[in-house]
Design a protein around this ligand. Structure first.
Ligand code: GLP
Length: 263
């Protein structure tokens, strides 16, 4: 795991988008794992800018989102399908047929997880998984006690997640209490993982996930088991990390990060 600390959210977002765009240039038929949430909105806006102004080409890319609310149709403004179309897919040249989310209104809820896993496998697996973190430490919607070996399935959301996400609904009580989510095991199968964390409200959970023990109580801590993870945090989110100085030293000295240091 590597942790990169940027001075503010804007530069953390720019670095995240640049890493995604650079990987896409190297492998135009990338399979992306994508995340939702407020943090990602700026990343998708930056990717749309890179597409328009710098010709970053999504025409051969495929994508799989982490999660979707159960009971929300794609047309519902609060569904993650709607979010993705609005924030990213409609603003870049990705083929919508190559964009996938769990089906929140699947007829057979038990079959939807295995179906989604199969479509991911048929695409050759995820090359780059983008992640945010929930205030309770979830990745996707893998709430506390999610098995570290879990696969895509239905999950009941915690009161903390309800509190965090329901203000995004016109009527907060309309937020579903269940969702489909890739499992922790599904996420750990990605070849590379980039997690973006910004804002002081994430500082405590970020420190636990990065520097605390691996525990199913904080599913983001499972990222410590993955061989190729980079966590990009702004100063506000990084404030409780004990190893800050070492992480900064790595970013300043590792040749891999040389092209990114002047951003
Ligand atoms: C939702 C998503 C998560 C995301 C989280 C963070 O709960 N299921 O994948 O990490 O939101 O949200 P925000 O960026 O709004 O803090």
């Amino acid at each position: 795991m590597e942790v990169i600390i940027r001075p503010d959210a804007r530069s953390a977002v720019k670095l995240t988008a640049r890493i995604i765009a650079d990987d896409l240039k190297k492998k135009p038929d990338m399979v992306f794992g994508l995340a939702t949430g407020r943090t990602m909105e700026a990343v998708y806006a930056e990717l749309a800018r890179l597409h328009k102004e710098c010709g970053v080409d999504f025409s051969l890319a495929k994508s799989f989102n982490l999660d979707e609310y159960i009971g929300l149709a794609p047309e519902n403004k609060n569904s993650y399908r709607y979010y993705m179309n609005y924030h990213l897919f409609n603003n870049v040249n990705i083929d919508l047929r190559n964009t996938h989310l769990p089906d929140g209104i699947a007829e057979d809820l038990d079959a939807e997880g295995p179906r989604y896993e199969q479509v991911i496998a048929d695409a050759g697996g995820i090359d780059l998984q983008l992640l945010g973190i929930g205030c309770d430490g979830h990745i996707g919607f893998n709430e506390p006690l999610s098995s570290l070996a879990s696969r895509t399935r239905q999950k009941a959301l915690t009161p903390e997640t309800y509190e965090q996400n329901s203000p995004l609904f016109d009527n907060p009580q309309d937020m579903p209490k269940r969702a489909f989510t890739m499992g922790v095991g599904t996420i750990l199968d990605a070849k590379r993982i980039v997690m973006l964390v910004t804002g002081p409200e994430k500082a405590e959970i970020l420190a636990k996930a990065v520097e605390g023990p691996v525990t199913s109580m904080i599913s983001a801590s499972a990222l410590q088991l993955h061989p190729r993870v980079v966590i990009i945090a702004d100063e506000d989110a990084a404030v409780k990390l004990e190893g800050k100085n070492y992480y900064r030293w790595i970013f300043q000295n590792e040749p891999e990060w040389e092209p990114y240091r002047s951003m």
